[in-house]
Design a protein around this ligand. Structure first.
Ligand code: FAD
Length: 408
């Protein structure tokens, strides 16, 4: 039976970073990366941004050029998923029925897009955006002339997709079930700003809008029916309502977890020599006051990969990486630092109407997160306030003329 000293499951951000980190840290054993997709590891964020807009081709979103993997002696088994793990014999089974033994296993399988379960949800023309094939299918339909677009879900991916769709001159309706977009991840000021921006770009933004069913003509979607009874005509629908962690084989093998695989501060699961990283890893995060959460960000996948690699090398440092994230919509660059979960006060710096402003989130007087729109300076200096657990005067904080670094 084949053997690899380290098997990495998933060839996305976490998987690729784990292989890179192992080699950078001097790991000399055999490394095999098993990925369900056929493609070389690529960056996922452009799929709802520049790649979808057609301004960045696939070659430019590769995490590393093709030759890199062979040069670093990383064996790629692409187009093949891991369907089972036997933690006793330390063996994985692939969908092609082959088996490979591992010394250590790094599970970085991300998540699958959460799907709607209502009537008509399987009609053609209803898309999710998680991988390259999803984006390619959407782009082909847009090139084919689909112009009435409905986006279900006002999280970052839905909003980014909506922004790109307007570039294709689509008539966009954005449906969000909650009373504001971005309600899970940001404060009210930011939600109101993005709702106004999308409206100004011609999108019809509907909050408190619950989808009841999709209607079709033949096999193709033709409309989205709301709980109110209204039907919004649609040629193309994008559903961006989150992910379900891809952890089936791990849980079946006995790993602890439910919404994500539970890992400790070294990214170790409850199974011996099995690590989990990235979107699927539920961990106690110091920037969330120790709460067990999953983070869906490139930063988290990359930093957890480094922790798992260094633990395998016997030099593990506990995971304590600073959380950050970005989102590009239209000409707006949002940069987020820290985690705003459970904030009790939000202070806005600058005028949102100027399209350059920040929101600083505090908990019990301490700065825990910043959302900065077209405001790099506040982002850079805001990070320092979070790291220092600063307790600034909120009047000064609200004064955009006072640099954040002066409030340290
Ligand atoms: P992934 O990168 O999703 O990789 C998981 C891989 O595992 C996939 O290729 C999957 O096919 C494969 N896989 C699944 N099951 C198996 C199996 N059983 N066997 C083998 N392979 C398997 N983050 C940001 O920080 N900023 C952004 O602007 C941003 N934008 C985004 C836009 C989009 C459209 C998407 C989808 C995500 C975005 N993210 C963004 C999130 C970021 O891409 C993820 O957090 C990151 O990719 C997580 O890395 P991962 O390795 O955990 O999962």
């Amino acid at each position: 039976m084949e053997h690899a000293d380290v098997i990495i499951v998933g060839s996305g951000h976490g998987g690729a970073s784990a292989a890179i980190a192992l080699r950078q840290q001097g790991f000399e054993g055999s490394v095999m990366m098993i990925g369900r997709e056929n493609n070389l590891p690529y960056e996922r964020p452009p799929l709802s941004k520049e790649y979808l807009a057609g301004t960045k081709p696939f070659e430019r979103i590769l995490i590393r050029p093709e030759a890199f993997w062979a040069e670093r002696n990383v064996t790629l088994r692409l187009g093949n998923a891991v369907s089972a793990i036997d933690p006793m014999t330390k063996t994985v089974t692939l969908t092609d029925k082959s088996e490979v033994r591992y010394g250590s296993l790094i599970w970085s399988a991300g998540g699958n897009p959460r799907r709607m379960s209502c009537a008509g949800c399987d009609l053609e023309g209803i898309h999710t955006v998680r991988d390259l094939a999803d984006a390619d299918r959407m782009m082909a339909e847009l090139e084919g002339g689909s112009r009435r677009a409905v986006v279900v879900g006002g999280g970052y991916i839905g909003l980014e997709a909506a922004a790109v769709l307007t570039k294709f001159e689509c008539q966009v309706t954005l449906l969000e079930a909650q009373d504001r977009v971005l309600s899970r991840v940001a404060g009210e000021e930011l939600s109101a700003f993005y709702e106004a921006e999308h409206s100004a770009h011609g999108a019809d933004v509907r909050t408190g809008a619950n989808v009841e069913a999709f209607e079709g003509e033949g096999v193709k979607v033709s409309g989205v029916k709301l709980a109110s009874g209204e039907v919004i005509p649609a040629d193309i629908v994008v559903v961006g309502i989150g992910i379900v962690p891809a952890i089936g084989p791990l849980i079946a093998a006995g790993a602890a977890g439910a919404n994500g695989v539970e890992v400790d501060e070294y990214c170790l699961t409850s199974l011996e020599d099995v690590y989990a990283i990235g979107d699927c890893a539920a961990h106690a995060n110091p920037y969330a006051g120790g709460a067990v959460i999953r983070l869906e960000s490139v930063q988290n996948a990359n930093d957890m990969a480094k922790v798992a690699a260094s633990t395998i090398m016997g030099e593990g440092e506990p995971y304590s990486a600073f959380p950050w994230f970005w989102s590009n919509q239209y000409d707006l660059k949002l940069q987020t630092a820290g985690l705003s979960l459970d904030y009790d006060k939000a202070v806005t710096r600058g005028d949102p109407a100027s399209r350059s402003f920040s929101v600083v989130y505090l908990k019990e007087g301490r700065v825990i997160a910043v959302d900065c729109v077209n405001s790099v300076k506040d982002y850079v200096q805001g990070r320092k306030l979070i790291e220092a657990r600063a307790e600034p005067d909120t009047e000064l904080l609200a004064d955009a003329e006072t640099p954040l670094k002066e409030l340290l």
